[in-house]
Write a protein that binds this ligand. Structure first.
Ligand code: ADP
Length: 964
């Protein structure tokens, strides 16, 4: 009875453990075991595994069945469950006695078909690597037809599922077929791993194709396109590692990843999916990262588990208007095999685990991801985007690993369902910036000067975390070093600098000083601006000769270097062009909006509010869209997933260009009255946008604080206000915000966003709690936040890559801020080098309430320093130190500091401080702090009060708890 109850009581946990990954594999493995044990008959199996039915429903049927079958069935089920998911925490933990050993049923001298059942779990695992070989053996023996093979090899199934289908198919065909299969498996076992054999001897024509493909990939990836116009910088010389992190930290892996981890097993959330997403902002280095991956593969330096790598650019797929088969897509878009195309394609289909596809810039595809058109047949023709969507979902080329890059905005929940994992590319780290600048400048003194000037302008240093901006800043080092300290503040400033830089370097005109340079090149700006603007409206990034002509772009304009020739797309008859980078296209689109007389009154609203308005209708480029898309866009009246982020970047530039600081640039280029009207429009939209966010704040429940959780678009609005650099607008916006707590967790906040936030939030009328947990603030970001410290009563910066240096600056400012009372720094990179500052804070700030430093690298020295501060502090109510290594001595120091404290709440309990109380379990871990010591011992430090307890029961304790 007991095990039956257990299955019933733990139903939810069991179901979640079996199904929450979205993969059917765990459930199927349990079923395999139960079948092999004879606990399930085929009828049961078919009633449970109903194709197309939800995974959870199938699992519920299994639970119902074993429950009704009785205790023995439940015992076997739990044993199978534990066998498949030994790590399932907490599930049937107390059933250890009942989960007896699971042994495969002994092989009696039984028939071969019976063996297929009794040995099912191990046969599935042996077969999954040699399905093709087994099918071949069955065909040769005359037992299988090609239709049988196709049925087994359906590409939507994983290798394990194919193995199960094969076993079931063979069993239904009878004894002699089963015998052939068992003999084949035995043979394979004896002659070593089939997989290895396959890997060692790819057919000759495949090897030849591999050579051709790798030399083409190498040629395409050895130079960086942004350096094309000015210098040929090899990728190898300039490539600098960006910061890669898993999007899903709940899988237990924290910290940086390396390039190889992208295709490795680390952080996998869905074993059955093949697609890995690398997401990051525009200019964050996604294309360059793929380029590096391609080059390493092509040169044999990494990713050698893959025999063939097919690189695709979604930007280029936009220009594919034909319907294609998968084979045509691979060979025509990547590399054409000189001979034996059919054989090579068949090899690809047969060896999915040896193939890697990469798709750069999914956000640039005209069509948003959809799962409506399902395609399983590799020979059927379809539009390129349908092929792509089916590849991503695994309906085509199941088992081939696919790496896709995109800006995060373009990835919806529908696509996320099909992801093996998601990795964030977060731009350069501070040391990455240093490294990049040194690589960029062969002269070390120039590099040192650039770095020095970045250190004096931390707003600009913050911008350099974005690789594209770091490239511009390095490229324009002369302008940078020539301009006054701190004069470059915003992204618009940086793009204006490169605009001027290119004009001065490429033009035959003498360099023009003052603001006249823009006027001298106005025609070029207008031509390129129109091209960019129209392109954004039509999701078009590659332009034909005709497009250029339509917008009046001349040969001279092209020579300025903002456009580059598209590789692969240009033929001898006509050339194709694209902007050096997407952000450059957005910048020119913004210049068009600001400078052109032709933009109508509705242009600014369309850019700032693309959701409500239809997308920018473009005269010439709409023709590029297939008619169905045109209708769709027109009828939906909504910005597409791609259009919106482009609009947002463009709008940010428009705000910057219309800022007071740059208005004199436009004086001789367009009428002042027109510019002023545009400014008023932009200001109105920013203010309205902010108010919309404020209106969405729910009224607090009585007794609770009023809290606002940033909605999408909030940070972007803040950035636009920052680009305008007018305190008046920031003040006006903040005067209407009345909240106690501002939550911006998981909002992709880096140093740039911190600069903008501080610029705006410093004008708040009342102090707030600012919650920035789980972002990438870092030390540079912390420094950027200082101007708004006076308005923060609590600052939450958990998991933000902050080191002692950031803390030093933060606390120096914090000590002067009366309102500043709480800080949370769980999971950063703090060491004992920062505890003296906290100690000082505790000594000087006698209204400080809460200090949470869990999961850092503090040791006993740090704890002793903190203890010094605690001795003199009269206000602290919470101290969190879980996950540090303060050791016995550190704990003793803290204990004695707390004991001698005369003013801590509950001082009357000091005498009862039970230092070093040993416990068998740590139930209280959620309400207190824990610190990891010597691997197994946890120090628990609590100094606080329970809201419900009377004041006299305020207590603190230090105890050692032992993990079970
Ligand atoms: P994204 O694809 O995310 O928009 P890109 O990869 O096109 O960004 O990067 C824009 C520019 O930034 C590149 O052309 C290059 O100049 C620079 N860059 C990006 N990543 C790196 C890197 N890892 N090392 C060196 N330069 C980089």
């Amino acid at each position: 009875m007991y095990v039956q109850e257990l299955v019933l009581r733990q139903r939810t946990e069991i179901l979640n453990a079996l199904c929450s990954s979205g993969s059917a594999e765990h459930l199927e493995q349990v079923l395999d075991i139960l079948l092999s044990q004879g606990e399930l008959i085929w009828e049961d199996y078919q009633n449970i595994q109903v194709p197309g039915r939800a995974l959870y429903t199938n699992a519920r049927h299994l639970l119902d069945l074993v429950y009704t079958k009785g205790a023995e069935s439940c015992r076997l089920f739990l044993a199978a469950f534990k066998h498949v998911l030994p790590e399932a925490q907490g599930v049937c933990a107390s059933s250890s006695g009942s989960c007896s050993n699971l042994e495969e049923k002994e092989e009696y001298k039984s028939s071969s078909t019976q063996t297929l059942v009794t040995q099912r779990p191990s046969l599935v695992s042996k077969l999954q690597d040699c399905i093709d070989g087994a099918l071949k053996a069955l065909v040769i023996s005359g037992h299988f037809t090609s239709a049988d093979c196709d049925e087994v090899r359906l590409p939507i199934h994983t290798p394990c599922q194919q193995a199960r289908r094969l076993l079931d198919h063979v069993r239904s065909k009878g004894e002699s077929v089963a015998k052939v299969l068992l003999e084949y498996i035995q043979q394979i076992q004896e002659s070593g791993s089939a997989l290895k054999q396959e890997k060692w001897t790819p057919p000759k024509e495949v090897i030849k194709f591999q050579k051709k493909l790798s030399s083409s990939v190498s040629a395409q990836s050895c130079f960086l396109s942004t350096y094309g116009g000015t210098s040929h910088m090899s990728l190898e010389d300039i490539y600098t590692d960006g910061q890669l992190e898993l999007a899903n930290t709940s899988v237990g892996v924290h910290g940086p990843l390396c390039l190889e981890d992208i295709v490795g097993t680390v952080g996998t959330v869905n074993e059955e999916a093949d697609t890995v997403l690398v997401s990051g902002e525009a200019g964050g280095g996604k294309s360059t990262l793929l380029q590096r991956l391609h080059l390493l593969w092509a040169r044999g330096a990494a990713f050698q588990d893959f025999l063939l790598l097919f690189p695709f650019s979604c930007r280029k797929l936009n220009s594919e208007h034909r319907e294609l088969s998968l084979q045509e897509l691979l060979f025509q878009h990547c590399c054409w095999p000189d001979r034996e195309q059919e054989e090579i394609f068949q090899f690809i289909l047969d060896h999915p685990h040896l193939i890697l596809f990469t798709f750069d810039g999914l956000d640039e595809l005209k069509q948003s991801f959809s799962d409506e058109h399902r395609l399983c047949c590799p020979t059927q023709r379809a539009p390129a985007h349908i092929l792509l969507f089916n590849l991503i979902q695994g309906f085509l080329m199941k088992g081939v690993r696919k790496v896709v890059t995109s800006r995060p905005e373009a990835v919806g929940p529908l696509l996320r369902e099909h992801l093996r994992k998601e990795v964030f590319l977060k731009g350069f780290s501070p040391s990455g910036i240093d490294c990049f600048v040194r690589k960029h400048h062969s002269d070390p003194t120039v590099a040192a000067k650039v770095l020095e000037s970045l250190q004096t302008n931390t707003a600009l240093l913050g911008l350099c975390h974005s690789p594209v901006l770091c490239w511009i800043v390095s490229q324009c080092h002369k302008e940078l070093l020539g301009c006054g300290e701190g004069s470059l503040q915003t992204i618009t400033d940086v793009y204006l600098m490169i605009l001027q830089h290119f004009f001065q370097h490429q033009s035959s005109l003498k360099p023009i000083t003052g603001v006249g340079w823009l006027q001298a090149h106005l025609q070029t700006v207008l031509h390129l601006g129109q091209l960019a603007f129209e392109g954004i409206g039509a999701t078009c990034y590659i332009f034909s000769d005709t497009d250029l002509k339509t917008c009046g772009v001349t040969e001279k304009d092209i020579c300025m270097g903002f456009l580059m020739q598209s590789k692969d797309m240009s033929s001898t008859h006509s050339k194709c062009y694209e902007f050096l980078h997407l952000t450059m296209q957005c910048f020119f689109a913004a210049l068009h909006i600001v400078l052109s007389d032709n933009t109508d009154r509705s242009t600014i609203p369309k850019v700032f509010e693309p959701r409500r308005e239809t997308g920018l209708s473009s005269k010439c480029f709409m023709a590029c869209l297939p008619s169905t898309d045109q209708q769709q866009q027109a009828s939906e009246g909504e910005a597409t997933a791609t259009e919106k982020p482009n609009m947002q970047i463009t709008a940010t530039f428009v705000s910057g260009l219309l800022s007071q600081r740059h208005r004199r640039l436009w004086l001789n280029c367009c009428p002042t009255a027109v510019t002023e009207k545009k400014v008023r429009q932009v200001v109105k939209f920013l203010s309205k946008g902010m108010q919309k966010h404020f209106k969405s704040i729910p009224q607090p429940v009585e007794g609770e604080k009023k809290s606002m959780h940033a909605m999408p678009g909030f940070v972007w609005l803040i950035k636009c206000i920052y680009e305008m650099q007018e305190s008046r607008i920031a003040k006006d916006a903040m005067s209407k915000l009345e909240v106690d707590h501002l939550k911006l967790t998981y909002c992709n906040i880096g140093p740039v966003e911190c600069t903008a936030l501080a610029f705006v939030l410093q004008h708040l009328r009342n102090p707030v709690g600012l919650q920035l947990d789980d972002n990438s603030v870092g030390d540079v970001g912390v420094e950027q936040l200082l101007p708004c410290m006076h308005i923060c009563n609590s600052l939450y910066l958990r998991n933000n890559n902050i080191t002692d240096e950031g803390i030093r600056k933060l606390l120096a400012k914090g000590m002067q801020c009366e309102n500043f009372k709480k800080i949370a720094l769980f999971n950063n990179k703090l060491t004992d080098a920062c505890t003296q500052h906290f100690s000082q804070l505790l000594k000087t700030k006698q209204n400080f309430l809460s200090l949470r430093l869990g999961n850092n690298n503090l040791t006993e020295e740090g704890a002793k320093q903190l203890a010094e501060g605690l001795k003199c502090n009269h206000s602290l109510q919470f101290l969190g130190l879980w996950g540090n290594k303060i050791g016995d001595e550190g704990a003793e120091a803290l204990a004695s500091a707390l004991e001698s404290s005369k003013t801590l709440p509950g001082r009357q309990w000091c005498g009862e401080c039970r230092s070093m109380r040993r416990r068998q379990h740590y139930q209280e871990q959620y309400i207190t702090g824990r610190a990891l010591v010597d691997r197994e011992l946890h120090y628990q430090i609590r100094s606080g009060m329970s809201d419900s307890s009377p004041r006299t029961q305020h207590s603190y304790e230090i105890s050692v708890v032992e993990e079970q």
